[in-house]
Design a protein around this ligand. Sequence first.
Ligand code: NDP
Length: 363
Amino acid sequence: MRVIRSIGLLGLVIGLYADQTPYSFEQLKGRKNVVSLVVIGSGPAGCTAAIQASRLGLDVVMCDGPQPGGQLVETGEVENWPGIVRARGAEIMDAQRKQVENHGVTIIAETVKTLDCAAWPYRIQTEEGTQLSALSILVATGSAPRRLGVPGEQQFWGMGVSACALCDGRFFKDKTVAVIGGGDSAIEELLQLTPYANNLHLCVRSSAMRASQVMQDKLADVEHLTIHYNKAVQDIVGDENGVSGLLLRDAQTNQTEKLAVDGVFLAIGHEPRTALVQNIVELTPQGYIKTIGQSQATSMPGLFAAGDVTKGMYRQAGVAAGEGQKAAEDACLFLQHIGLTPPVIKALRSGKRAIEGLQFYSK
Ligand code: NDP
């Protein structure tokens, strides 16, 4: 309640200030499932924001999304989460989820289908049919590993094709695998495969890697590694047992050749999950949600963004969590500014009708 209390007196009477703005609380009359902050996504950014917003006195609903816990759940050992020497990503996210629940946040195991910010309060509809009226929103939908879009990729996904060496590397003990990509992620993936695979290929589509020199230097110690430059994947081939090879096209000669492999690990970058906000907020030229200055605010007032959906670098859970923390504070300030105050929230939470017909979300 720290921040709220500081300007709480400003808006003690609902509507006194807010009725003169686009954020009139009169508009909430008759609405059901009104929520002060809806957090979309349950990775480190979403969970941290939900915890912090709840601590600041807001009622919060967190929508899980298609991958509860986010990408960290698919990560093996994590050694750079503050305060934890070493733990599996899934364990860290389990603990965060419990913390979210302990703070009274309502978690709904649903995926947001549409977001309508044409008028305030913003309307959210989930694929499962739940409708929410959000006074503010945090988009923490993360990013997804980019796909090649070649024949065989989808067919053999999980049968030799993967985007997570930490999760799936152990299935390739004494096998031959190829990593696709030339960035830092590709080298990281490759290094994670060295305890398992006995034959490694790195397929780079251009004549040089994009990876930092410090990462490229690490390849010098990798045994049984062949680096293929100018090689683009044209096809992933296999049979009912899974992947058996790659068809590679040489970018210079246009010749194709087959490379026999048992597994293919994609590390060709990530795509931010911005489908929900494509036409609502300003995006960067790379397609990430643009945040304003040092805040987590976006070009849409009351809509905030945090974590991997906001940038293409610093893809670290700790950074996402920090942004989530900031976003919660930003959302809290926004709500204070439009007149949502502790007495109002309290009244709404306790079921008193602060505004005729207004109902806050309940499970
Ligand atoms: P990058 O965008 O840096 O690299 C993507 C790589 O994939 C490039 O080599 C690119 O080739 C290649 N690529 C893209 N599309 C295709 C395709 N269709 N077929 C074949 N190859 C393709 O992404 P990363 O995920 O590697 O890194 C993202 C950010 O995260 C970077 O800032 C990186 O530094 C950081 N990071 C840092 C790490 C660390 O420091 N330990 C670890 C992991 C990431 P091309 O160059 O030809 O476009």
